[in-house]
Design a protein around this ligand. Sequence first.
Ligand code: SF4
Length: 139
Amino acid sequence: MTPFTTRRRFIEITPFAGMALLAACSPKTEPAPPAPPASPANIAPPPPAPTPAPASAPTASATPAPMVNEKDAQAMALGYVDDASRADIVKFKNFVANSTCNNCALYQGKAGEASGPCPIFASKQVAAKGWCSSWVKKA
Ligand code: SF4
């Protein structure tokens, strides 16, 4: 083999040898696996719906509050009576003619009802035509 042939042969094989060398030295990177397709098996189920309260549950307004008893200590101290015509106007000088619970600023009963709540007597009802010494004219 002549030097020319050897040199020619070297030039012919050098590009292929370089490519093979590059391929051998380059890192092997594989593509990420594709995401699994969406199917009913891999979709999270929706959260459960809240359970509605039973229709027959008792409410706070179902049972009316008891009436204030005139003999209760607080009622006696305030001169409460369930009929303003019986108010002790001698003891309670602040009595105003025609004053009753239903025209008192503190009365929370509805118009036309015989009784309603009053914050002076918590959790109890007072008579619409009642009276006590805490009466304040309704504006
Ligand atoms: S504060 Fe008013 S509504 Fe309450 S008991 Fe006395 S008069 Fe009646």
